[in-house]
Write a protein that binds this ligand. Sequence first.
Ligand code: ARG
Length: 303
Amino acid sequence: MTAVTPVQAGAQSKSDPRRSSPRESVTRGRGDSPRHVFLMCPPEYFTVAYIINPWMHGNLRRIDNVVAKQQWRALYDVITDHAVVRLVMAQPGSPDMVFTANAGLVKGNKFIVSRFRYPERQYEEPYFADWFMDRGFEVSLMPRDVPFEGAGDALFHRGDGTLWMAHGHRSISAAREVIDQRLGADVVTLKLVDDRFYHLDTCFCPLEGGYVMYYPAAFDERSREMIERRVAAERRIAIGEEDALAFACNAVNIDDIVIVNRATDGFVETLAARGFRVLQTPLTEFMKAGGSAKCLTLRLDEP
Ligand code: ARG
């Protein structure tokens, strides 16, 4: 790492016994409120080296790495204003490792490592497994024949124990039983039907206060009904195609802050009316690989 080594969090030395407990990474911020903790991976080796989603088409080797580093750093800076960021070291040969949302699924002290659908990303699995083992998490692997792409496809509702899990593109519905068994979560499965929205976090985002923002057309009818049944009308925020295509659902929500790549004025107003402040930070280089703000982070403090 060159320009991106400001590890204010995650810099504890190996001999520090506190490093073995993920819960203790939560430090107290202003006003003594608990601060959230996110995992990020610097874009050292980030590029588009293969095509595994529609966004990558036409972008092979078309990443400006200087711009990518600036954009990643700006996102890092915004997040560290409101939360703690820990870093996992990038690995050569794994250009998509920067998308830590796909590392796996965290709940409390448990971590289920992703089983990537495409071999190109399977190289990332041992590095993420090792990072979490090294920090005292109880780590388990997905069965080899059960593709599951972590917090890209599984998102906790804010306010109750529901886990929204998507299948259709990357993860398969059989992952549900494994998650249920290991984490004891109330898993609701949703089916994705538009291949531009190939991970749940590209078109669905639970927010503090029990809100859910989503792009309805990315789901089949049964899934849309399920969302409507589970989330009261005044908590549902359906967004339009323009925002969806700018990955507005791929948002990092920290308390009342919602961080996105770009959003329309309508989106900003809709969220403001519900008490959220939208912060925009361009992530165009990462969009070329099919990812944005939320994909570049993994929340580590999931109760
Ligand atoms: N190129 C990556 C892939 O196709 C992008 C992953 C984006 N991550 C996400 N959680 N949506 O796997």
